[in-house]
Design a protein. Structure first.
Length: 74
């Protein structure tokens, strides 16, 4: 019998400065996709560090999905 091949896991890096919103989105993701690896960050710099990029501005290849909510004030 051939070895069982596991599909690659999906990792999500969620960045939001609002603790309440970030917690809500993380909970929703975990409830709907319990197999996802979810990382949280309070801002972009912390997110890049969490992704292993050490504060560098670069594309994040460590996460399959980057969720970033932007707010515009007029």
């Amino acid at each position: 019998m051939p070895p069982k091949i596991e599909p690659p896991s999906t990792s999500v890096l969620l960045i939001d400065t609002n603790d309440t919103d970030r917690s809500y989105f993380v909970t929703q993701l975990k409830d709907r996709s319990p197999d996802y690896k979810i990382q949280e960050a309070i801002d972009g710099e912390a997110g890049l560090t969490s992704a292993g990029l050490g504060g560098l501005i670069a594309s994040c290849s460590h996460s399959n999905c980057l969720i970033n909510r932007a707010t515009r004030c007029w």
